[in-house]
Write a protein that binds this ligand. Structure first.
Ligand SMILES: *Cc1c(COP(=O)(O)O)cnc(C)c1O
Length: 383
């Protein structure tokens, strides 16, 4: 893209209803947000448990800053790794029942780290077709043979694994698919990993804090295996920012030595790490919040059942399938006019003609608020 072509290319995106732009929030994250002086009921954030603005978590962050200062000042391998980071890693490992954990600045960085550190040229990665973009980028960057299997199709994956002669194999999946809300068949995937001597890398960005009593998707299935590498982000249900990888100690030692997105980046502010234990406590005590999420998801399913808009999700990600980009964008705009903020998701984030409104549920939503939203959505979609 040359300098002189940028404006025309942006206009072309606009013409295709594919121009993306940011909205500026003038309030903390929550179910009620302020944008451009207007108040909206938001179904757009990944703050599933409503912790991003929880007073106890805000206090923990503030106290963390008082104790540890503002910045970490260096990468983990220089002098950026504080006792706050160390203790957060130990707490995270304990929480998800693994030997060790490693903190990352973001889930994106964690995904690049794990995949590029374990597979390279001549190896093979096996990725679900609907995997998150950051997993795909990790696969591409690794230079390993990048094979994609049909969404949640264990037979297809088994076939690809059986045909592969790669010395190191890694299966990478989202535990909860970020645009559909459905879940990966983790026990069957782990069985294949055992059978074909492969790693199973699980990105639980949307399951951590929500599934398995908050301990995530692997815990929900009681899966224990050193070849299962667990990754979760701290910026979604955990209400903070960053991510962690959990698994065996030798794996963490390997990542510390090899992962370029760990080595060549500044450690997160220690205050964030210091707040992790409070986030974990709130997650552990969040049974009622998770029950509310289940009720909201059940209501959504029930209201959309049998309609052409229904997806197949029992998680807080509930897609309202629309189709064309134009119609998706138009519906989102009409919802905004009525005080609802529900994001329009278009290709390339989803397949062509897979446009949808992505309803993200929060434990702070009232059932009546969701019910009212669905009334409006169904009515607008029928017109
Ligand atoms: C959000 C997300 C990521 C990226 O995590 P960040 O911490 O936001 O960088 C990775 N994988 C999935 C499935 C996600 O939804």
């Amino acid at each position: 893209m040359r300098l002189q072509d940028l404006s025309a290319a942006l206009e072309e995106l606009q013409g295709q209803h594919r121009l993306r732009c940011r909205t500026v929030l003038a309030s903390p994250q929550g179910v009620e947000v302020e944008i451009d002086g207007q108040h909206y009921l938001s179904f757009a954030s990944n703050d599933y448990l409503g912790l991003a603005d929880h007073p106890a978590l805000v206090r923990a962050l503030r106290e963390g800053a008082d104790r540890w200062g503002a910045g970490s000042g260096a990468s983990h391998l220089l002098t950026g790794h504080s006792l706050a980071h160390q203790q957060a890693e130990e707490a995270l490992a304990r929480f998800v029942g693994r030997e060790a954990a490693l903190l990352f600045g973001s889930g994106y960085a964690a995904n690049l780290a794990v995949i590029t550190s374990l597979v390279g040229r001549g190896d093979a990665v096996f990725a679900d077709k609907l995997n998150h973009a950051s997993l795909n980028d990790g696969c591409l960057l690794s230079r390993a043979d990048f094979q994609r299997f049909r969404h949640n199709d264990v037979e297809h994956l088994a076939q690809l694994l059986a045909d592969s002669k790669a010395p190191t194999k890694l299966i990478a999946v989202d535990a909860v698919y970020s645009m559909d809300g459905d879940q990966a068949p983790l026990p069957a995937l782990l069985e294949l990993a055992e059978r074909f001597d492969a790693w199973l890398y699980v990105d639980d960005a949307h399951g951590f804090g929500v599934l398995g009593d908050g301990r995530g998707s692997a815990a929900a299935h009681g899966l224990r295996s050193e070849r299962l590498i667990y990754m979760a982000t701290l910026g979604k249900a955990a209400g903070l920012a960053g991510a962690f990888v959990a698994g065996s100690q030798p794996l963490m030692d390997w990542l510390v030595n090899k992962a370029r997105t760990y080595i060549f980046t500044t450690a997160q502010p220690p205050a964030l790490a210091a707040a992790v234990e409070t986030s974990l406590r709130l997650i552990a005590e969040g049974g009622e919040r998770r029950e509310r999420l289940r009720q909201l998801a059940a209501l959504c399913r029930q209201r959309l059942e049998g309609s052409p808009y229904a997806g197949d999700s029992t998680t807080p990600i509930q897609p309202f399938l629309v189709g064309s980009d134009e119609r998706t964008v138009r519906l989102a705009a009409m919802l905004r006019d009525r005080g609802y903020w529900v994001p329009a998701i278009r290709p390339p984030t989803v397949p062509e003609n897979g446009g949808r409104l992505r309803i993200s549920l929060s434990a702070n939503h009232e059932l009546s608020q969701l019910d009212a939203l669905l009334d409006v959505m169904l009515q607008l979609a029928e017109d």
